[in-house]
Design a protein around this ligand. Structure first.
Ligand code: HEC
Length: 718
C-alpha cells in the first residue's frame, strides 16, 4: 500500500489527521461552546479551585452588560463562551458583547436594535437568549446568535455585522419553513450549534409555526437542509398522524432546548417539544412523531438516523427541556457511547448513541386513557425507564399537601385538592380540572444535567411544583358570546387566556393585564401583540380587525368596542381553532404563595450512570422566611444548570433565592453560599487564562420577579 502513496496523498492524510484532531472531543479545559462543549457535559477538567481552597474564591471582576442602567436590567439565561481570552455573551436587552475574560473590560458591543434587519423584520428586539456560538477560519472569526427571528453573524474581531452573510449580516428564520412566512413566529432561545461550516437552528416558535430543524452555511447564511419535525407525506413518521394534512397546519414540535453534537459521528442530537396544542390532542390523534422525541440526525445531510419518543401523544406540555449529555458509560463491563436525556417528567433516559436503544430497560407502561374531552384519543402506554429511578414525585395525594402551613391555610389547599382530586403522571386533562405533577417546568428544566466523565456521575437539578390544569370547552364560550357578543373577548380567549387567565388576572409566570390600559395605547398594544416580548410570543396571525377588537377588550375601550363587528352575527366571530382551550398556567400554591405540596420544592440529585442508582440527593434552594422559623431547607424553584469540575466541586446558581453554591461533588455537601446581586438563573462557565481558573455566571434575576441586574460576575482564587 505504502509505495503507492504519492506526496499529495501524504499531504492529504496529514491534513485529515490534523483535521480530525481539530474535531476530536476537547479535553474539557475550555468553554468555547455553550454547555462546555458540543457534548453538553457541563464538565471542566480544571482543578485549581478545589475542595481545599474553595473558601478563597472571590470576585475577580464584574461586567455590567447594560452599563449599570437599571431600566435595562432583567433576566439573563446566557451561558457565555470564552475563546482566546475573550468572553462573549448577551445582555438583558440581547446586546452581544466581547469582554476581556481576565479583567471584565469591554472590547466591543453590538446592539441588534441598531441593525437594519432588526428594524425591518422584528421591530421589537427583546427576547430570551441562552448562548451564542463561535466559528473561525484563520482570522475570519464569527459570532452567530439569534434575536427574535433573526440570526445575526457578527465579526468577533470588531463587533460589526458581516455584510456578506444573509441580508446585511442577518437572516430571517420565518423564511424557508415551507409555509407562508407572514403567518409565522420564530424566536430561538437556545444557541445555534456549529459544525464544520454549518450551523443548526430550530427554536421557540408560535403555536402555528412548525419547529422544523434546519442547517445553514456559516459563510453566507444560505439554508442547506430542513428536517421536518412534522413529517411530510414522503417522510417516515407521516403515518403516525391520523390527520393526513397535519404537515400543512400543525405547529410547534420544536427543538427549543438546543442541540448536542457528536463530532466524530457527525450526529446532531435534537430534543423536541409537543405538537400544538399543549393540552388537547383531539385534532391531532396518533402517536405524533416527532413530538417529544430525541432525534439523532446526520449533521451533513439532515437525514434521521434514529429517534426515541419520550411521551406518546403528549397532552401535558412535557417538552424535552434540555439538550442531552453525550456521555461514555461503563455498562456490563463495556464502555458505551450513550446519550443521557433528562425530562420534565423526572425521568432520565440513557440511550445508545449509535442506535437509540435504551441502556437501562425502558418499559411501555399502561396509563389511564379515560377522557371526557370530545375526540381525544390518549395513547394507551407511556415509556418509563426502570433505571435511573424518577428524580421527583410523580403523583399527588392528600399526604402530599404542604405540611408547613397553619390550619386555616391547610383547609384552603385541602379544599382545592378535593375539587381536583388525586393525580399521577399522565392523568388525562379534563374540564373538571386536574393537578399536573411533575409540572410544566419539570422535573428537570432547560439548565440540563452535568456529567463527570471520571466518576460517571450525572447531576440534575429539579423542581417539584404542582400545577392546576382546567380545560374549557370553546363551544360553550362561543354560545356565551352569541348572547353577550364580544369579539375582543373571543379573540382573547383563543390567543391570550392560556397565559393571562380567563379574567386577565395572570397566573403562574405570566403577568396580570388588569389596569393595563394605563400603560398602553391601542397602537403600542397592537405592536406588543405583534412582536411579543421576552417569553411572550408575537402573534402574526391576527387580522387588524381582530387586534382592534382585542384592544377594545383588554384595554377596556368602551367607545371602540366591537366597532368592526357591529351588526354582524356570531358567524363573523373568529373561527375557534380547537374544541378546547385552557384557563392558564396556574401553580397550585398556598394562600401565602408557597407550593401547595410538601417540600422538597427543588432538589439536586447525583446519579451513578454505571448502575443507575441515586448516589445522593439534597434539597436545593431555600426561603429566608422559613429558615428563620427553623424549618430545614425546603428547596426552591430553580432554572439553569450545574457545572462539575475535576477539582471536586459543583458550581451552581439557578435558585430563585439568589445564591451561588459550591457543592462537594462526591457527597452533596453544600460547602459555600455566595449572595449574588440578583438570582443567577443561568449556567456558569469555567475557564482558565495564564494559569488562573475562573468561574463566571450571569445574574439577571428571574421571571418570578424580585431583584434584577445586568451583571456577569467572575470568581477566581484570591
Ligand atoms: C405563552 C404565553 C403568553 C401568551 C399566549 C400571551 N402572553 Fe402576553 N405576556 C406573556 C409574558 C411572559 C409577558 C411578560 C413579558 C415580559 O417579560 O416583558 C406578557 C406581557 C403582556 C403584556 C404587557 C404587560 C405589562 O405589564 O406591560 C400585555 C399587554 C400582554 N402580554 C397581552 C397579551 C395579549 C393581548 C395576548 C394575546 C394575543 C397575549 N398577551 C398572549 C405571556 C403570554
Amino acid at each position: 500500500m505504502m509505495k503507492h502513496l504519492s506526496k499529495l496523498h501524504l499531504i492529504i492524510i496529514l491534513f485529515l489527521i490534523v483535521g480530525c484532531q481539530f474535531n476530536a472531543p476537547s479535553n474539557y479545559n475550555t468553554w468555547d461552546v455553550t454547555g462546555g462543549g458540543r457534548e453538553n457535559l457541563k464538565y471542566s477538567s480544571l482543578q485549581q479551585i478545589d475542595t481545599n481552597n474553595y473558601d478563597r474564591l472571590a470576585i475577580a471582576w464584574v461586567y455590567h452588560s447594560e452599563n449599570n442602567d437599571s431600566t435595562k436590567f432583567g433576566p439573563m439565561e446566557c451561558n457565555p463562551i470564552i475563546v482566546e481570552n475573550i468572553m462573549y455573551g448577551v445582555s438583558p436587552k440581547l446586546k452581544l458583547f466581547a469582554v476581556d475574560a481576565t479583567t471584565g473590560k469591554a472590547l466591543w458591543t453590538f446592539d441588534p436594535a441598531d441593525s437594519v434587519a432588526n428594524k425591518t423584520w422584528h421591530r421589537s428586539s427583546v427576547n430570551m437568549n441562552r448562548g451564542v456560538a463561535y466559528w473561525a477560519n484563520g482570522n475570519d472569526k464569527r459570532i452567530i446568535y439569534t434575536v427574535g427571528p433573526i440570526v445575526f453573524c457578527v465579526d468577533a474581531n470588531t463587533g460589526k455585522l458581516i455584510p456578506s452573510f444573509g441580508t446585511d449580516g442577518g437572516i430571517n428564520l420565518v423564511n424557508g419553513l415551507d409555509r407562508d412566512p407572514s403567518k409565522l413566529f420564530v424566536a430561538p432561545t437556545s444557541p445555534v450549534m456549529v459544525y464544520k461550516n454549518l450551523f443548526f437552528v430550530s427554536g421557540l416558535v408560535g403555536e402555528e409555526t412548525p419547529g422544523h430543524i434546519r442547517a445553514f452555511d456559516v459563510k453566507k447564511g444560505a439554508q442547506q437542509w430542513i428536517f421536518h419535525t412534522i413529517p411530510f407525506p414522503q417522510d417516515k413518521g407521516y403515518e403516525t398522524w391520523d390527520d393526513t394534512a397535519a404537515y400543512k397546519r400543525m405547529g410547534s414540535t420544536n427543538s427549543w432546548a438546543g442541540f448536542s453534537l457528536d463530532e466524530k459521528r457527525g450526529l446532531l442530537f435534537a430534543p423536541t417539544g409537543n405538537p400544538t396544542n399543549d393540552f388537547y390532542g383531539g385534532d391531532r390523534t396518533g402517536m405524533g412523531l416527532y413530538g417529544n422525541s430525541l432525534l439523532a440526525i446526520d449533521a451533513v445531510t439532515g437525514k434521521l438516523k434514529w429517534h426515541f419518543q419520550t411521551v406518546h401523544h403528549d397532552v401535558w406540555d412535557m417538552d424535552l427541556p434540555a439538550p442531552p449529555a453525550l456521555i461514555t458509560v461503563e455498562h456490563q463491563g463495556k464502555k458505551i457511547d450513550a446519550v443521557a436525556q433528562t425530562t420534565k417528567t423526572g425521568f432520565v433516559f440513557v440511550l445508545n448513541r449509535e442506535t437509540g436503544a435504551p441502556i437501562f430497560p425502558v418499559k411501555e407502561v399502561p396509563v389511564n386513557t379515560t377522557t371526557t374531552l370530545e375526540n381525544e384519543k390518549l395513547w394507551p402506554t407511556q415509556p418509563m425507564p426502570i433505571l435511573p429511578k424518577p428524580l421527583v414525585r410523580q403523583s399527588f395525594d392528600t399526604n402530599d399537601l404542604n405540611n408547613l402551613v397553619d390550619a386555616k391555610n391547610y383547609a384552603v389547599i385541602k379544599n382545592t385538592f378535593l375539587q381536583y382530586g388525586p393525580s399521577k403522571i399522565f392523568t388525562p386533562p379534563s374540564v373538571k380540572g386536574t393537578i399536573v405533577l411533575p409540572g410544566y417546568d419539570g422535573g428537570a428544566e432547560w439548565g440540563g444535567p452535568a456529567f463527570d466523565p471520571e466518576t460517571q456521575l450525572l447531576y440534575v437539578n429539579t423542581n417539584e411544583m404542582p400545577w392546576l390544569l382546567n380545560m374549557v370547552e370553546n363551544k360553550k364560550n362561543q354560545q356565551l358570546l352569541n348572547t353577550n357578543f364580544n369579539v375582543g373577548k373571543a379573540v382573547y380567549m383563543q390567543n391570550c387566556m392560556k397565559c393571562h387567565g380567563p379574567e386577565k388576572q395572570g397566573g403562574g409566570n405570566y403577568p396580570s393585564l388588569m389596569g393595563i390600559e394605563k400603560k398602553y395605547t391601542t397602537s403600542s398594544f397592537a405592536q406588543l401583540v405583534t412582536t411579543g416580548r421576552r417569553m411572550m410570543p408575537g402573534n402574526n396571525v391576527l387580522t387588524p380587525q381582530e387586534k382592534n377588537a382585542l384592544a377594545s377588550y383588554v384595554l377596556n375601550i368602551k367607545t371602540l368596542k366591537d366597532q368592526q363587528f357591529v351588526g354582524k352575527t356570531a358567524a363573523s366571530l373568529p373561527a375557534q381553532k380547537t374544541s378546547y382551550g385552557f384557563t392558564g398556567y396556574n401553580k397550585f400554591l398556598t394562600p401565602d404563595g408557597y407550593p401547595a405540596i410538601r417540600p422538597p420544592w427543588g432538589s439536586l440529585t447525583a446519579i451513578d450512570l454505571k448502575t443507575g442508582a441515586h448516589v445522593w440527593k439534597i434539597p436545593f434552594g431555600e426561603f429566608e422566611a422559613l429558615k428563620a422559623k427553623g424549618i430545614a431547607a425546603t428547596g426552591r424553584e430553580n432554572y439553569g444548570g450545574p457545572v462539575v469540575t475535576k477539582g471536586g466541586l459543583l458550581f451552581i446558581g439557578a435558585s430563585a433565592d439568589g445564591k451561588f453554591r459550591i457543592i462537594h461533588k462526591r457527597t452533596g455537601k453544600i460547602l459555600r453560599e455566595i449572595d449574588l446581586p440578583a438570582p443567577g438563573v443561568a449556567t456558569p462557565s469555567v475557564y482558565a487564562i495564564n494559569g488562573k481558573q475562573y468561574v463566571v455566571i450571569a445574574c439577571g434575576g428571574s421571571k418570578w420577579g424580585g431583584k434584577t441586574s445586568d451583571a456577569y460576575i467572575a470568581f477566581t482564587l484570591k
